[in-house]
Design a protein. Structure first.
Length: 224
C-alpha cells in the first residue's frame, strides 16, 4: 500500500463542529502521540460536500496534518444523494457522484481548494457517467481546475454491486469498465488511479496492464 485515505469526512460539520472533527480526525490526539505514523503516509484526507468555501475551510483545518486533500465525487450512496447526515449537514444538498452532472460546480470546488491551499495538493475521485463524453468532460474540468491526480471508479452511480462480477475488462452488467477508465487516462494529462474490481494482486496487475493507469485503488477487499 503506497497511499492511505481517511474515511470520507463531511466538510460542513467538520468546518463548524469541533466534536465532529474529533470523531473523524482527531489531529490533536495525533499530535500528542507524536504525529501521524509514517506507516500511514502519504495520508490523503477525503472530503465530501457541495459548497466550495465550506470545503475550503474544512480542508484548511486538515491541511497541516495530511499530504493531500481528495474531493469525493464518487460516492453513490443514498446518503450522498440526500446530502449526508441531516443533523450535521443541514445545508448540504448532495455530494459525491451526485455532483458530477453539475460540471461548473465540480470545477468551482476543485478550483477553490487548489487555489486556496498552500501546503498540500488537491486530488479527486469520480465514477463513470452514463455517456463517455460526459465522463471526459468532467474529468477534463477537474484537471483544468487544478487537481494533480484523478481516481476513476469504473462504474456509474447506478451500478452498485457489493462485489463485481469477475469480468472487469467488459462494461456489461455490473462489472467495472476498465475500458472506460482507460478512456479517461488517455484524455487527461494528470496521473489516473483505477478503481473497481481490484480484489487481488492479480487483479491489480491486470488492471495496470489493461488501463495503463499510474496506480490502482482497492477499497472493500482491503477491509475483508
Amino acid at each position: 500500500v503506497d497511499l492511505a485515505y481517511t474515511p470520507m469526512i463531511h466538510a460542513e460539520p467538520f468546518a463548524a463542529d469541533e466534536n465532529y472533527r474529533r470523531t473523524f480526525f482527531d489531529a490533536w490526539e495525533a499530535a500528542q502521540l507524536g504525529g501521524i505514523k509514517d506507516a500511514d503516509r502519504p495520508l490523503i484526507a477525503q472530503l465530501g460536500g457541495d459548497d466550495p468555501q465550506t470545503m475550503l475551510r474544512a480542508a484548511r483545518l486538515l491541511e497541516p496534518y495530511v499530504d493531500a486533500i481528495d474531493i469525493n465525487f464518487g460516492c453513490p450512496t443514498e446518503d450522498a444523494k440526500r446530502g449526508g447526515q441531516k443533523s450535521h449537514s443541514p445545508r448540504c444538498r448532495r455530494f459525491g457522484a451526485y455532483l458530477l452532472p453539475d460540471v461548473p460546480l465540480v470545477e468551482r470546488i476543485v478550483g477553490t481548494l487548489a487555489a486556496g491551499l498552500r501546503r498540500v495538493p488537491v486530488t479527486a475521485k469520480i465514477r463513470l457517467r452514463e455517456h463517455r463524453a460526459a465522463t471526459l468532460e468532467v474529468a477534463g474540468a477537474i484537471e483544468q481546475a487544478g487537481a494533480v491526480a484523478l481516481c476513476v471508479h469504473g462504474r456509474t452511480a447506478n451500478q452498485r454491486p457489493k462485489y463485481a462480477a469477475r469480468d472487469p475488462s467488459g462494461a456489461s452488467g455490473l462489472a467495472p469498465s476498465w475500458a472506460g477508465i482507460t478512456d479517461v487516462r488517455r484524455a487527461v494529462g494528470i496521473p489516473v488511479i483505477a478503481n473497481g474490481g481490484i480484489e487481488t494482486m492479480a487483479d491489480a496487475l491486470r488492471c495496470l496492464e489493461e488501463t495503463g493507469c499510474a496506480a490502482v485503488m482497492s477499497a472493500e477487499a482491503l477491509l475483508e
